[in-house]
Design a protein around this ligand. Structure first.
Ligand code: 5MM
Length: 341
């Protein structure tokens, strides 16, 4: 495969394909395993992820790349094959989460800043050797308007960190996924999500230009424009699509390599329906696909439940979700296809 950043980015958003976000840090994967009653150990995490990476239909047909966690990129399958080699054999590209998580922003209660820049140049060189050709850094922007969250300082600091990360990635021959996630956890309405997302993306691209990041060799991983979960309102896919595309047309340069959404706590089917509605009102200046964690993994996780006997059923559940999102990335999904399955 070509090693040019633009070509890697283009392959990540190839028609009808998207990314599997399997980069849960140890704390997050433990929470997921608690739900299915599985103890989180290095071996159980390996078995679970091996199950997905060996899901041939899902991986070869619908998945362009996998975002890994530091532990996983170094792990070997039960038979000794490096997990990275299993991913590569399916045609998917291995990627790596390189941020060190969102920490409280000093002086700004309720805001966070994502850490991980110190030593990043050296870590990227190591990850390149291990096979990673793209990376991910997630900034977290919460919304609590009454408390002045997010502050302009938080948006600015996170955008600046994303830009420094992105420049270091490109220096290392690695495509940066820039993920400024405006959380959907609050009680805000859809208009507030739109406004905060607009401020966030505007600042992000100002910083990326200033850092001399080559936009063609980047992927944006954004939230969709949605009402907050605690608002009690669910926006229709048509409204989500209309507002999300309006936002991107105003703030996201056409030059970038592509857009791969996070699911952010939407249900599996909601994340698929919204992606589909977004693509159905195209054509757009960018490819728009998925980079889902929870919305791709909830079903296979439940089907697997830590039992080797359930591997085939879990792989089938993963293939189904991946296929539904493949169709949504093409704007060809229909709700009836869910029932048919
Ligand atoms: C897979 O979830 C990632 C979790 O990261 P932490 O364990 O460090 O919290 C997360 O960054 C994820 O890649 C994106 O948020 C997209 O995942 P969702 O579940 O929102 O689609």
């Amino acid at each position: 495969m070509s090693e040019r950043l633009e070509d890697i980015a283009a392959a990540m958003v190839a028609d009808g394909k998207g990314l599997l976000a399997a980069d849960e840090s140890s704390g997050t994967i433990k929470k997921r395993f608690d739900v299915i009653g599985v103890e989180s150990t290095a071996d159980s995490r390996r078995d679970y992820r091996e199950m997905m990476f060996r899901a041939k239909e899902a991986m070869t047909r619908y998945i362009s790349g996998v975002i890994l966690y530091d532990e996983t990129i170094r792990q070997k399958a039960a038979d000794g094959t490096p997990l990275v080699d299993i991913i590569k054999a399916t045609g998917a590209i291995p990627g790596i989460k390189v941020d060190a998580g969102a920490k409280p922003l000093a002086g700004y209660p309720g805001d966070t800043i994502t850490e991980g820049l110190d030593g990043l140049r050296e870590r990227l060189a190591d990850y390149y050797t291990l096979g990673a050709r793209f990376a991910k850094w997630r900034a977290v922007i919460d919304i609590d308007v009454a408390k002045g969250v997010p502050s302009a300082t938080s948006i600015g600091s996170n955008a600046h960190a994303l830009a420094r990360y992105a420049a270091l990635c490109q220096e290392a021959g690695i495509v940066p996924i820039v993920e400024p996630e405006v959380l959907m956890d609050g009680a805000h309405d859809i208009g507030t999500c739109y406004e905060i997302s607009k401020a966030t993306l505007t600042k992000l691209y100002t910083e990326l230009y200033a850092a001399r990041v080559v936009l063609e060799g980047t992927i944006l991983k954004p939230n969709m424009v949605l009402a907050g979960k605690k608002s009690g309102n669910t926006s229709s896919p048509e409204e989500v699509a209309e507002k999300t595309i309006k936002l991107f047309r105003e703030t996201v340069p056409a030059a970038i390599g592509g857009i791969a959404f996070l699911s952010g706590g939407q249900s599996d089917e909601e994340a698929t329906a919204n992606l589909n509605a977004i693509n159905a009102i195209g054509p757009h200046p960018w490819k728009l696909t998925f980079s889902y964690g929870r919305a791709l993994q909830a079903a296979p996780q439940k089907a697997w439940s830590g039992k080797a006997a359930n591997v085939a059923a879990a792989q089938a559940a993963f293939a189904h979700r991946a296929q539904m999102n493949h169709l949504a990335a093409l704007g060809k999904w229909q709700p009836e296809l869910e029932q048919a399955a």
